[in-house]
Design a protein around this ligand. Structure first.
Ligand code: PLP
Length: 453
């Protein structure tokens, strides 16, 4: 891959306009220094100074198919030449085909697809469907989760960093999901963690009143809040509880879906079928904003004679749907989901475990596919996180140093609280993954210096 000749003056102009007029999300405007990006291809992107970065973040964990996949770019161009926009009420080839391809891959009878413009909007609509379907109001979600930044989605999110700006919405109840390394239940084995987490959920439902609970929403594998892989049997246990109480089971696969875990959907690892499944990101790698809800037959039937009150002007946008069709077809033709699985099993998993042996700052390695996290600690014995939750400024220095050390070595990192997430595209090659791990190996020596003793 040859990157264009450096053009620092062009980069400075882009940056100056950005600083003058762009108000960035999730940021203190005066404290950020956004990189001016000139282009991208495959697992890499580059700036105007001639620096190339291996994208170990997949941006916001969405470019599952890598940057600028030629088949997807061509499909967007072709669709733009044919039909750029058409309101959601019309049947459009790209939309019908995208829905068919998604429904073919979602588990069980999740055969109707409601399109949105992204993940949070998918969560909003899944919750609305569950409430209308059951006639109940409450929705249960876990601490250590991220469901998006719109009103209900942010209230459902179980992450203290996200709440200060919102007072929440009514009807949201948080509970503890399983996470053995930082167990809320003092469990010592996966089995204990599973059993105690399920018993806890039952207790929360009993106290809230099962007749008031519309839905339970879970990330199948928790993403932003730590790459938490559920113990075997946990999701089946939640499914059983939902069935017993007539509660709608929503799996949020906005981050975990479309290949990230080495299966089309993370639910496939455990053979569990939810009633509603939310998706976005990997469905078209974010080339054009798209998300949606896959709906089972029973909930779809609720809205057979009665209108579903939801949808936006751009729902199921033809350019977005055409890019989803091309993405899904390319993923199938090129074995991209299988690649994610193989890289996880043969390079990232073993490589990260090896790093953990050498670096005292690594408390735990967890993940699957191209979806991994290092839980960084000050002290392995106490598991004290390397930086406190909600750390900012000086308190967050070790994580900022780690991120800077990676960038210096040409690897773009994804960090969150005390965690380093390793989330390259599903198309990443073994050679690229090894190069990223080698850079991370060097960078981790910076944080080892903060380890107690
Ligand atoms: N749900 C999950 C599991 C996510 O990871 C995210 C975003 O990271 C969202 C929902 C929100 O998606 P979006 O940012 O597209 O609204």
């Amino acid at each position: 891959m040859s990157i264009p000749t450096a053009d620092p003056a062009a980069g400075q102009a882009v940056k100056a306009a950005d600083r003058a007029h762009v108000f960035h999300s999730w940021s203190a405007q005066a404290l950020i220094d956004p990189l001016a990006v000139a282009g991208a291809e495959g697992s890499y992107f580059w700036d105007y100074e001639g620096n190339r970065y291996l994208d170990f973040s997949s941006q916001l964990v969405n470019t599952n198919i890598g940057h600028q996949h030629p088949k997807v770019v061509a499909a967007i161009q072709e669709q733009a030449g044919k039909l750029c926009t058409m309101a959601p009420g019309f049947a459009v080839e790209a939309r019908s085909e995208a829905a068919r391809l998604i429904a073919e891959r979602t588990p069980g009878d999740l055969d109707k697809i409601f399109f949105t413009n992204g993940g949070a909007e998918a969560v909003e609509n899944a919750v609305r469907m569950a409430r209308l379907h059951t006639g109940r109001q409450k929705v249960l979600s876990t601490y250590r989760s991220y469901h998006g930044a719109t009103a209900n989605a942010i209230a459902l999110t179980g992450d203290p960093r996200r709440w200060p700006s919102e007072t929440g919405t009514s009807g949201v109840v948080h509970f503890w999901g399983p996470h053995l390394y930082r167990s809320a239940f003092h469990a010592e084995t996966e089995e204990q963690e599973r059993e105690r987490a399920l018993a806890h959920l039952e207790q929360v439902i009993a106290f809230e009143g099962p007749q008031t609970v519309a839905a339970i929403i879970l990330e199948t594998v928790v993403g932003t809040a730590g790459i938490l892989v559920p113990p075997a049997g946990y999701l089946a246990g939640v499914r059983e509880i939902c069935d017993r109480y007539g509660i709608v089971f929503i799996l949020d696969e906005v981050m975990a879906g479309f290949g990230r875990t080495g299966e089309w959907f993370a639910a496939d690892h455990w053979g569990v079928t939810p009633d509603l499944l939310t998706f976005a990101k990997g469905v078209n790698s974010g080339y054009v904003p798209l998300g949606g809800v896959a709906i089972n037959a029973e909930i779809a039937a609720t809205f057979a004679e009665r209108p579903f009150p939801g949808g936006l002007t751009y729902s199921g946008h033809p350019l977005a749907c055409a890019s989803a069709v091309a993405t899904i077809n390319a993923m199938a033709e090129e074995g991209i989901v299988a690649n994610a699985k193989l890289i996880g099993e043969t390079v990232l998993g073993p490589g990260l475990r090896e790093l953990a042996e050498r670096h005292p700052s690594v408390g735990e390695v967890r993940g699957l596919g191209v979806f991994w996290a290092l839980d960084l600690v000050r002290d392995r014995a106490t598991r004290e996180p390397l930086v406190p939750y909600n750390a900012a400024g000086a308190a967050n220095a070790p994580m900022a140093e780690l991120a800077a050390a990676c960038k210096k070595r040409g690897v773009w990192p994804f960090t969150n609280m005390n965690r380093f997430h390793v989330v390259p595209p599903c198309t990443v090659t073994a050679e690229e993954a090894r190069a990223g791990l080698a850079a991370l190996d060097e960078a981790l020596t910076v944080v080892d210096a903060h380890v107690a003793g």
